[in-house]
Design a protein around this ligand. Sequence first.
Ligand code: GUN
Ligand code: ZN
Length: 443
Amino acid sequence: MAPHTDSAGGVRAHRGAILHFRSDPGSGDDPDTFEFFDDGLLVTADGRVASIGPARELLPALPSDAELVEHRDSILMPGFVDTHVHYPQTDIVGTGGRQLLDWLEHYTFPAERGFADPAHAREVAEFFLDELVRNGTTTALVFCSVHPASVQAFFEAAAARRMRMAAGKVLMDRNCPQYLRDTPETGERATRELLAAWHGRERLLYAITPRFAPTSSDAQLASAGRLATDYPDALIQTHVAENLDEVAWVKRLFPEARSYLDVYDRYGLLRERAIYAHCIHFDEVDRARMAQSGAAAAFCPSSNLRLGSGLFDVASADAAGMRFSIATDVAAGSSFSMLQTLSDAYKVAQLSQQHLSPLRAFYLATLAGARALGVDDRVGRFAVGTEADFIVLDLRATPLLARRTARSRTLAEKLLVLLTLGDDRAVSRTYILGRESHRAGPI
Ligand code: GUN
Ligand code: ZN
């Protein structure tokens, strides 16, 4: 586990360039939507933001015993929020050569089998969380496996680090190996027990997690809908419209539904705090329904490129008012780095003759994710009283990054260079509740 070198209490002031968002900058980089302090001060106390503003204004008011930390040639921002990732797939990152349904059968399901063993689940959960923190991700919405022990192990590891995390037990009762099946009854019972044990405890949230429509019977989707009604403040997470063979399969399995998304809609699974991974093969009715329901899409560009699934349509999502955020989708996605994932998102937009502005990219990786999870009053932006989860991105982390940054004139140029060339090496510090939880070693 990463060293925890500082205590959470006490007043600490971080001086450096600071960027955070108030709302979506959209394609026009509306200056009212973000705050950037060239020489800013972020003051934390007891794990929360105590003040934020220009250093010259705040420094005189700092208590004399406050610790001052200087971050040069860096940008401080809220920790990244990864809104779709599978921790049991950590050990199959980099597998490939197949599209979704083959990949699930040959790599994913066998890897998830091992999570019946609590010791294995614990070991992988610790590694996974280390990896998130090293990459500057302080909040994530996480798929566990079908085994309740995998959820227990994950939440215990996250609670020990005092991280704001959301996760859930996968529900799947058909069209998968026997060794990974639950039933509508056992899945619902286990979900209710896990909700009672973990939802709202410390900084943890529970997500009702039907894997995707093909692996749940009608009875199980109805059960998931009941759970969503009984726990209106719980999250919901699943996959939708990722791959064309998958879409055709869903059409055969649910002939009465108007579309793949409509399958979930019929069971009451579209609402705020419901996060739908992929949303690629959608029509305008699907996008309008997403927007109207308040559900959010998780745009997973690395995964979509690696599995050859298709290109998320940013412009159509915007036209429909459909909310979306960015996600790694490890292990279909190949990197835990949200910087690398933003770089892939930028390329996906280019392939569609669209444009993702670098400012908006960082909004999507921070506040948009917090909004999708319904925790934007606590993380994803800086305001007095928000939880002090933040990162320091080192603009000189590699020789080329330093060289290109030195030649960049505007904030937008610097951010584009950072997301293009940056990865875990650029995350020089990660703070959780004001406490340093990761410090990059010398290169
Ligand atoms: N659809 C159903 N399960 C999965 C999964 O584990 N990964 C991805 N990318 N898509 C899925
Ligand atoms: Zn996924």
